[in-house]
Design a protein around this ligand. Structure first.
Ligand SMILES: Nc1ncnc2c1ncn2[C@@H]1O[C@H](COP(=O)(O)OP(=O)(O)O)[C@@H](O)[C@H]1O
Ligand SMILES: [Mg+2]
Length: 266
């Protein structure tokens, strides 16, 4: 099981949208995926129709009061499970700091699951602020997937998250974490501005940038209001197609043949 943190300390860049739709596309392609919603707002959970009540998030597991297995829920997608988020997760910022080694607590909790071989990928939807939750996700991750909005102000966020990655890797918290990729979101090809930002990011990060940009599409907000992934709500729309391509690139990069046998759409 490879753990990928979808992170950027900037809010509104498409982390949650990517978590929902990349998970759904990977699952549709046959990969066994667990989506861990680590943002107390719970938008990735509600986006897939899994609003959690108190006690259903990872919070109690992180403070040592419950088992990880009891938090895993099956989604409508045969290959996609979810651990939903709930506001209680925000309590980690206060509770966890009291315990020793709190930054590697999440990694410790996930290790037994990693060893079972039940999932191919664990995707973590990170909260935007660089608190305990996001740092724990970076400490537990094998790879970091960074969505960036195709805007000039998106570039500042990128520089910052790359610094954070370097710090996590060099401080000894998680020396092996890699940059899995950079996914450009909310792309509008009609504006030269958007194209210029993508060019600049590609110049700086070359192969790390996903070949496909996720276009800006009204279907994204609509699908979320219906609590559906794009592949369910608007499977042939441009954003769904782009997320499917991103999932293919992800699988190729992670050396899994695509598509896998036995795939089906819910
Ligand atoms: N490709 C897109 N096209 C149009 N709107 C988008 C797209 N991606 C995200 N959004 C919208 O932008 C807002 C922020 O996206 P979200 O995924 O929640 O970002 P984050 O998790 O980084 O805060 C949401 O309202 C979402 O519906
Ligand atoms: Mg989010």
């Amino acid at each position: 099981m490879k753990i990928i943190a979808i992170a950027n300390q900037k809010g509104g860049v498409g982390k949650t949208t990517t978590a929902i739709n990349l998970s759904a596309c990977l699952a549709n392609a046959g990969a066994r995926v667990l989506l861990l919603d680590l943002d107390p707002q719970g938008n990735a959970s509600s986006g897939l129709g899994h609003r959690a009540s108190e006690g259903q998030s990872l919070y109690r597991v992180l403070i040592g009061q419950d088992t990880l297995a009891s938090k895993i829920q099956q989604t409508r997608f045969p290959n996609l499970s979810i651990i939903p988020a709930q506001m209680e997760l925000a309590g980690c910022e206060v509770e966890l700091v009291r315990s020793e080694n709190h930054l590697i607590r999440l990694r410790e909790v996930l290790t037994p699951l990693k060893e079972t071989g039940r999932f191919d990928f664990l995707l973590i939807d990170c909260p935007p602020s660089l608190g305990i939750l996001m740092t724990s996700a970076l400490a537990a991750a094998d790879g970091l997937l960074i969505p960036i909005q195709c805007e000039y102000f998106g570039l500042e966020g990128l520089a910052r998250i790359v610094d954070i990655h370097d710090q996590i890797a060099t401080s000894g918290i998680n020396p092996s974490v890699t940059l899995e990729g950079i996914l450009m979101t909310m792309y509008d090809g009609r504006t030269g501005h958007c194209r210029a930002v993508v060019e600049e990011v590609r110049r700086a990060f070359t192969d790390l940038v996903y070949p496909v940009c996720i276009p800006r599409s009204i279907a994204v907000a609509e699908s979320q209001s219906f609590e559906k992934a794009l592949v369910e709500y608007d499977p042939n729309g441009k954003a769904a197609v782009a997320y499917r391509q991103a999932a293919e690139a992800f699988l190729t990069h992670n050396l899994l043949p695509t598509p896998l046998p036995g795939t089906r759409t819910p």
